[in-house]
Design a protein. Structure first.
Lengths: 353, 373, 545
């Protein structure tokens, strides 16, 4: 389809807020998600790609061709807005056939295309309805069908599922993924939900304050967050920040709020070090033995197939995951709020500042 | 496939709408297309007070002229008064549409604006007209006299009369300032109505020339009782509808009108002012004038001549309800009830022409000032 | 600059061009021609009589505005909150004053409030008096009452539309938080309607400020407005004074117009249409029902009374004292004294004026959406300009600057249509602009992203979404155009007279039945149009102003 390259794309608002400069490469046929908290510039970036924002700085290339001066309608994109924005004055059929009609397709081609998409998205029965007579999830699918109708090279989806309940959202995520694969249309997907991003994407770009923090596959991001923002945002770890108080061979000792941790890395005495440990790499136990660190249990939250245990270590919150039901039972029944914990071997990730 | 809605292109609808609108415009334009014709501007009630209505009378009266000169005469009855007609002529000055205008009176012609749109013309037919009228109206011949009326007070004899109120027989402004009369009096705003203006000038003439008093004092005296209406129509309305308002500034021919339509003796009587042992009234002379730079000046002159013909003049009394300017023509018998022009002195003669033209706007301003609470 | 940008600028500037040619230039032409003749501008506006006129103009406008707001406000609440049958008819009746030529209102008022009118007769009968005991249709009371009559519907329409936009959940949350009904009114409802209330007040003030036939009719020559004085000056060929006054008037009305634009801007931001909670009359407590009934009878007397007398005048011949349908048959009589040609003229001129006012309104609404710095402000002021320039100045300017040079005076109907377009434009443009501001910009971008060209986007997306606004604006523009009399009268030759002018003429010759029937016909045409539109646009008509 198309390869999209953003080169230092920058938008400055009248009030001085900026989004960008953003450098990003979306490979041909991949689904790349822009993930970031609300206000981080996802929509703005997407709209820059679509061409709705005038006065952008930097470059935007589709297959190496500069697109900055090309009007949105000539970029051959399909877009689903955050607000869905179905045309209220048309039926579902009218909405989906809008693109083909504008492009002057023959009636037959148009009808066939609409039917094809309706089948793909399972909305055949809705075609004659008014847009006010369909549900939120159906509206999403109609919007998707509409965006796909003219076989766009690039699909832009701005939080298309944010207004839906969990189950529906998960189903539609799968469908979007399936259709995207099937059509292998290059897609930029915007969401603020990590789960959604990880469920759907080939690659994810994490946005913060208008800047790209890290780009990678979900696994890369989760396993190797580049900085504490990414780590925190992805919930992929407990973040510790302290000073190196001792350097010995392969290890350094870091003091975090006067708690000492032994970390397998190198560094200079007295310098700052930030590292993260994923919850599943925090091992807890209620049997105390000499030399282990003791922490307070704050709460235990049951999750699917595991328990999330929140600890307090002299003021530092630590999240641990355990699968040990008996341990949890004991912790709950005997009122003992103290546990020992340790990090699994080689589980610490050093973060850049 | 047919089950799905087809997107209707609004362009078709817009095109259809545009074409129909254009057709409608074209039809309207064609129907009303301007055919060159001879245009006479006059006011809306011209010849409209008779039995037959203006259209019939005007058709009859001007048909011989149309035949003689082979033109269509278009008597344009504008729904404005003479001032409005002059305004229109002023606006159209650089490219007049009208050839002749009928209905400018002896006060209005004193305004430069009126003269600026007229061309002087001395009609040979003037020999048939009493010279006083020419002098009263316009010695410079911008206008040729057409008809005349007397502005005076009228009252309804069913509510007051000379028996209950002997003052009516020899009325003075002092009588009128008396609370009972003042709160019975209806007049017209001199800024908007020619009878109203004539009444104001009458009052000024009496006070300044006969009594040698400041004329504004009278208006101060009656300020809160007098009823000033916008124009003659509205004033007449109040006078005929409100039994407590039984004195009206109107025309001396009204009793004749009343006699003609509601039987004689009429229930309307006139009360001319009485000073120095004589009755007084204001004479309004209306004239016909040639529009300056009009499209058909020669026809215009012929038309003015024609207006003094008996054909036209003899229709004035019963259709316009004022006196024809040709005093040699006989009048309908009901005119015996009208104020006889030979029996009243003319208040106009007390104020000379330059006096009126230089002071008119000041007088109106002062009058307005007397009205301000 | 490429072709598209040029086209874009051409579209943006087209309405300005038209307005400059047909409004600004003629008015400027007349005024520039005369401003420096006669007494100087300052001499004119500082003279004692003009100062008094100005004071009176402003004073009566303030009083009338207060009255209209005080009486209109409860009506707005009733329309918004009370559930009753025939509500849309009542709402449609609100347009009546827009179509009624002032001269008709004067007659209606005389019949209702004048001496020997309806109220006077009742009072005379009660007191056993044979002479008039009551007359409100004269002097200041007459002027204020007539202005109140004209503007109550304006206040009701605008404020009730705003009330209907108040999300009921907001009031409900306040209620849950323990606010009494008085507190809710004070802290929630009033602040919400305040901008539209103020906007309707400014508009009312402007109309009263520009009032002229009413003031002439009831003013006894003592009370006149600037507008009337401008006519006066024109009549007496004092063009210098007319120009000075026009200039002063434009300055004052334009500042008001700006206030109005500001106020309505603020209101637009307060939100989307919400579904209003209505209550039926029977569910109100007794005390409130009594108050509502009392209020309704006041409205019946003040607003419906004059209209009813006009309706009666259309079938009752007061001279012959018989009921007759002659007035209505006269409307459809061809030739002679028949009014059919006036009817045709009225519909033709007002219809075309409406079409043009709508087209111009759409273009101006596009201007107001533009991102350019000054274009939206310029467009708003252009829209309101016609409200602030005396119609005689417009008419005189059009004749002098357009009709005479082009030779159109021989058949000046295009000039009449232009004048009526200008008079209807503020209403059409406003309604369309409001409708446009309600369109979700995402829809337009969506159309862009789906490959629609600008024209396709306009035709297939914007135009259908604008349709209700366009219809509402069209009805108001139509009502203004078909009721217009003064400018038409000045421009027209008799072959161009409209029903509104004919009414004036009929009243002049005391053809009351014909006058009444013509006025009633105007009313009916517009009420039907309004009802239809209410159906189509689902009752959002009040937002048009
Ligand atoms: N029109 C605007 N004017 C000023 N700032 C804006 C405007 N639109 C968005 N922003 C700011 O730009 C940033 C990014 O916004 P957006 O792209 O909508 O974020 P997201 O879609 O990630 O929630 C935010 O800080 C927002 O406040
Ligand atoms: Mg967003």
């Amino acid at each position: 389809m198309v390869e999209v390259e953003l080169r230092g794309l920058l938008r400055e608002f009248d009030d001085g807020t900026t989004v960008g400069p953003i450098d990003l490469l979306v490979r041909d046929g991949e689904l790349l998600t822009l993930l970031g908290p609300s206000g981080s510039g996802k929509t703005t970036t997407l709209r820059m790609v679509a061409g709705f924002i005038e006065n952008v700085h930097g470059g935007l290339l589709f297959d190496g061709k500069d697109m900055i001066t090309v009007a949105p309608r000539e970029r051959n994109i399909g877009m689903v807005f955050q607000s869905i924005a179905l045309f209220p004055n048309m039926t579902v059929f009218g909405n989906i056939s809008f693109g083909p009609d504008m492009a002057g397709w023959s009636r037959e081609d148009t009808v066939n295309r609409v039917k094809e998409l309706a089948e793909l998205l399972d909305i055949q029965h809705l075609l004659l309805r008014k847009t006010s007579e369909i549900s939120g999830g159906e509206a999403q699918r109609v919007a998707l069908a509409r965006a796909l109708a003219t076989n766009p090279n690039l699909l832009l989806l701005d939080e298309p599922l944010s207004a839906l309940d969990l189950q529906l959202r998960e189903r539609l995520q799968k469908e979007i993924r399936r259709i995207q694969r099937k059509l292998s249309v290059t897609t930029i997907y915007v969401t603020h939900s990590q789960d959604e991003a990880f469920a759907i994407s080939d690659r994810v770009a994490i946005l913060n304050d208008g800047l790209v923090e890290q780009v990678g596959t979900p696994e890369e991001l989760y396993d190797f967050p580049a900085n504490d923002f990414v780590a925190t945002f992805l919930g992929s770890g407990n973040i510790f920040s302290g000073r190196i108080v001792e350097v010995s061979g392969e290890h350094v000792t870091v003091s975090v709020n006067d708690n000492l941790f032994l970390i397998p890395t190198s560094g200079n005495m007295g310098s700052k070090l930030t590292f993260s440990v994923k919850p599943e790499d925090v091992v807890i136990s209620d049997s105390y033995s000499e030399g282990e660190i003791v922490a307070n249990v704050v709460s235990i939250i049951p999750q699917v197939g595991s328990f999330k245990v929140i600890l307090d270590l002299n003021g530092i919150p630590i999240i641990a995951l355990t699968y040990d039901e008996d341990l949890v039972k004991r912790l709950r029944s005997n009122g003992n709020k103290l546990v020992t914990f340790s990090f699994r071997k080689d589980s610490t990730i050093i973060l850049s500042d | 496939m047919t089950q799905y809605p087809v997107r209707r292109d609004p362009r078709k609808m817009i095109a259809v709408a545009s074409v129909s609108i254009i057709i409608i415009i074209a039809v309207y334009a064609a129907v009303t297309w301007w055919r060159p014709r001879f245009v006479v501007y006059t006011y809306g009630s011209f010849f409209d007070y008779g039995d037959e209505g203006a259209e019939t009378v005007l058709g009859r009266v001007f048909a011989p002229f149309e035949r003689q000169y082979g033109v269509d005469v278009d008597i344009v009855l504008l729904d404005v008064d003479a001032n409005g007609i002059i305004s229109k002529l002023v606006a159209e000055k650089s490219r007049p549409l009208a050839d002749v205008v009928i209905g400018i009176d002896n006060i209005l012609i004193l305004q430069d604006a009126a003269k600026s749109v007229l061309e002087p013309y001395t009609s040979p037919m003037l020999s048939l007209v009493n010279e006083t009228f020419v002098d009263l109206l316009d010695p410079e011949h911008y206008l040729t006299p057409f008809d005349f009326g007397l502005i005076t007070l009228i009252y309804s004899t069913s509510s007051i009369n000379t028996t209950t109120h002997p003052q009516l027989g020899n009325l003075t402004f002092a009588d009128l300032a008396d609370a009972e009369f003042a709160s019975s009096l209806v007049t017209e705003n001199p800024s908007y109505s020619s009878p109203g203006l004539s009444f104001l000038l009458s009052q000024i003439a009496v006070y300044e020339k006969l009594l040698h008093q400041d004329w504004t004092t009278w208006w101060d005296d009656v300020r809160d009782q007098i009823n000033v209406q916008e124009g003659w129509d509205q004033a007449w309305e109040v006078w005929s509808g409100d039994p407590s308002r039984n004195l009206l500034v109107s025309y001396g021919t009204d009793p004749a009108y009343s006699a003609y339509y509601y039987g004689s003796p009429p229930d309307t009587a006139a009360a001319p002012f009485f000073y120095d042992n004589q009755h007084w009234a204001w004479m309004q002379v209306e004239g016909v004038g040639l529009v300056k730079n009009g499209p058909n000046p020669e026809l215009g002159k012929a038309f003015i001549d024609y207006c003094l013909n008996a054909t036209v003049q003899s229709e004035i009394a019963l259709n316009q309800w004022v006196y024809p300017i040709r005093t040699d023509l006989s009048l309908p018998s009901v005119y015996q009830y009208a104020v006889n022009p030979n029996e009243v002195s003319l208040l106009n003669l007390l104020l000379n022409r330059t006096e009126i033209s230089t002071n008119l706007n000041n007088w109106l301003d002062s009058w307005t000032a007397t009205r301000i609470p | 600059m490429n072709a598209r940008t040029i086209l874009n600028y051409a579209i943006l500037s087209f309405p300005f061009l038209l307005l400059i040619v047909f409004l600004v230039f003629p008015v400027f032409f007349v005024n520039a021609l005369y401003l420096f003749t006669g007494p100087s501008f300052f001499e004119t506006i500082m003279s004692p009589s003009i100062r008094f006129i100005l004071q009176f103009t402003i004073g009566q406008a303030i009083l009338s505005t207060l009255m209209a707001v005080l009486i209109g406000l409860p009506g707005a609440f009733l329309i918004a909150r009370l559930r009753f049958r025939g509500k849309s008819l009542v709402r449609a009746m609100m347009i009546v004053p827009f179509v009624l030529p002032p001269i008709v209102v004067v007659v209606g008022f005389l019949e209702m409030f004048g001496s020997y009118g309806v109220i006077d007769s009742i009072l005379m009968w009660i007191q056993g008096s044979s002479t008039s005991v009551f007359n409100l249709a004269t002097g200041i009371p007459g002027i204020i009452l007539a202005h109140t009559f004209y503007n109550i519907p304006l206040v009701i329409l605008m404020v009730s539309a705003s009330l209907e936009r108040l999300n009921p959940e907001i009031e409900e949350s306040a209620e849950i938080l323990g606010a009494s009904s008085r507190q809710r009114l004070r802290y929630i409802t009033l602040p919400h309607v305040m901008p539209s209330l103020l906007a309707s007040a400014v508009l009312t003030f402007m109309f009263c400020f520009m009032s002229f036939p009413i003031v002439l009719a009831f003013g006894q020559g003592r009370f006149i407005t600037i507008e009337a004085q401008i006519w006066n000056a024109f009549r007496l060929f004092d063009y210098g004074e007319a120009s000075s006054l026009t200039l002063m008037q434009i300055v004052i009305t334009l500042s008001l117009a700006f206030t109005y634009v500001r106020l309505t801007k603020r209101e637009n931001e307060t939100g989307k249409t919400a579904s209003m909670k209505t209550t039926s009359f029977n569910r109100y407590p007794l005390r409130e029902r009594v108050a509502i009934a009392a209020y309704l009878s006041l409205i019946v007397v003040l607003v419906l009374g004059p209209i009813a007398t006009i309706a009666r005048a259309s079938v009752y011949d007061p001279v012959a004292k018989v009921y007759t349908l002659e007035g209505f048959t006269n409307l459809f009589r061809l030739g002679g004294q028949g009014a059919f040609r006036y009817l045709v003229n009225s519909l033709f001129y007002a219809g075309l004026a409406t079409v043009f006012a709508v087209i111009l309104g759409i273009l101006l609404a596009l201007d107001m959406r533009s991102h350019h710095r000054f274009v939206p402000t310029f467009a708003s002021s252009m829209i309101l300009l016609p409200l602030g320039i005396s119609s005689i100045t417009v008419a005189y300017g059009l004749v002098l600057a357009i009709a005479v040079p082009t030779g159109l005076i021989t058949n000046p109907w295009p000039i009449i249509i232009i004048a009526q377009t200008i008079i209807g434009l503020p209403f059409s443009a406003r309604a369309i602009e409001l409708a446009m501001s309600k369109i979700d910009p995402a829809l337009l971008e969506q159309a862009d992203s789906l490959g629609a060209s600008r024209i396709q986007r306009f035709l297939f997306v914007e135009l259908p979404l604008l349709a209700p606004g366009i219809l509402v604006g069209a009805v108001f523009a139509f009502a203004m155009a078909i009721g217009e009399m003064s400018a038409t009268l000045f421009i027209a030759l008799p072959q161009n007279y409209t029903l509104a002018v004919a009414i004036y003429e009929y009243l002049g010759v005391r053809a009351y039945v014909e006058a009444g029937a013509s006025a009633f016909f105007l009313v009916i045409v517009c009420v039907i149009a309004f009802l239809t539109i209410e159906r189509i646009s689902e009752g959002s008509t009040g937002g048009a102003l």
